[in-house]
Design a protein around this ligand. Structure first.
Ligand SMILES: C[S@@+](CC[C@H](N)C(=O)[O-])C[C@H]1O[C@@H](n2cnc3c(N)ncnc32)[C@H](O)[C@@H]1O
Length: 389
């Protein structure tokens, strides 16, 4: 086998010659970083060595990421986090609770400690760690961790997925509306499992959205793609004066109707079933939310939904777009790497930057578009646009 050298790669068209100072600096830096002599030199000095160690750790974490997530999955499946949330537990007690022999369980617990999911106490018992603690009492995170088993199955051969015209794996079958021409005809059985997942994970998103927007002067909120109505339930308690409406696929809308009626919101909330790409949205709301909706769809469908939202709003009405966005400072891999691959496995959606979404909103007719501050932008960012004429 030929060693991979720069000459063996140079068979295709030549790459563009760097012209900016930044590009020239990056070329210079890369040439140093791949040079074995430079690497030996860097390891000989304190500051460069610290940097090399940090980079080596980051690269190792990238390589080992699957093992880390499987450790997390095992902790969730065996309910280890729940067990230790009640108080630190010994290995033998956890072994009895989980049904895993001590030898195997100890391996898991030590791995979980190294990942800060658990923390060993001085007594030798295992207690919660700083990364395990947020999982307690949040069924949404546990549901997402379980759900990732589908995604990782599809990502077993990432190159095949990248080359495919359309995804055909487990994620595509799960997110069935993203892969059918007639989503309006989906049955309850087809929407039940994703709707339950969205419902379980909605509370943490709703909290962020509701603290970012001002509902005091609004009288009716329509949640488009509102799932089982979990967001509306939270909006109802944070703004008791507000009338509520929900629009989703007919089978999902039926689930929302049942949930909202059970929650005592049947009279306050009008539920509509339909396809937001084909059917007009109901009029009457002066604020319309699209929460975790746009990123599921290609640009032309997002534009169609935004135009439908614009048509349904009165002058002075507002659209609220809430979802994770690419290019979020401090959370860059979440957008391009995580959601990039997640949405590819799911169908035709994509993560978008705030600029991209703002461009689509402007094209749909909205103005005064602004990004509202959220406390945890990793989970969701919130963009608002107004219908001014
Ligand atoms: C990712 S889920 C988000 C649900 C909810 N907004 C949340 O954040 O929990 C997207 C929602 O959009 C709905 N949806 C997808 N395509 C639709 C369409 N063409 N017409 C109406 N609703 C649609 C789905 O049924 C689903 O409830």
């Amino acid at each position: 086998m030929q060693p991979l050298s720069s000459s063996s790669c140079a068979t295709g068209p030549h790459p563009p010659v760097s012209t900016t100072w930044r590009d020239r600096w990056l070329d210079w830096r890369d040439a140093r970083l791949v040079n074995p002599w430079f690497r030996r030199w860097a390891m000989a000095w304190r500051w460069p060595r610290a940097l090399v160690r940090r980079r080596a750790r980051s690269l190792f974490d990238l390589m080992a990421g699957f093992v880390y997530s499987q450790t997390l999955l095992a902790c969730v499946r065996l309910r280890v986090i729940e067990h230790v949330a009640a108080g630190p537990q010994t290995l033998s007690h956890l072994s009895a609770l989980t049904g895993v022999p001590e030898a195997g369980l100890e391996r898991l617990l030590r791995a979980a400690c190294s990942l800060e999911l658990l923390q060993r106490r001085d007594t030798g018992a295992y207690g919660l760690g700083v990364l395990g603690a947020p999982l307690v009492g949040d069924p949404g995170i546990a549901a997402m961790i379980e759900h990732h088993a589908l995604l990782y199955d599809d990502l077993r051969d990432p190159v095949a997925l990248l080359k495919a015209d359309r995804p055909t794996g487990r994620m595509a079958a799960y997110w069935v509306y993203a892969n059918t021409a007639q989503p309006g005809g989906l049955s309850d059985a087809e929407v039940a499992s994703y709707s339950a997942l969205m419902s379980a994970t909605q509370p943490m998103i709703a909290e962020e959205v509701l603290q970012a927007i001002d509902l005091r002067r609004r009288h009716c909120l329509l949640d488009v793609g509102g799932g089982e109505g979990r967001f509306l339930q939270q909006a109802a308690s944070s703004a008791p004066h507000l009338q509520l409406m929900l629009f989703d696929l007919p089978a999902v809308a039926e689930r929302a109707r049942e949930r909202l009626t059970r929650a005592g919101l049947g009279r306050r909330c009008a539920v509509h079933g339909g396809d937001f790409v084909r059917d007009p949205l109901p009029a009457g709301a002066d604020i319309i939310t699209l929460i975790r909706v746009a990123f599921d769809h290609p640009d032309e469908r997002v534009l169609a939904v935004m135009r439908a939202v614009y048509a349904a709003l009165p002058t002075g009405g507002e659209v609220v777009l809430a979802e994770p966005m690419s290019g979020t400072a401090g959370a860059e891999p979440m957008g391009e790497a995580y959601f990039g691959f997640y949405l590819m496995a799911m169908g035709r959606g994509r993560p978008r930057s705030p600029d991209h979404l703002a461009r689509l909103l402007r094209e749909a007719g909205f103005s005064a578009i602004r990004l509202m501050p959220t406390r945890l932008p990793l989970q969701t960012r919130v963009m608002v646009g107004a219908k001014s004429s």
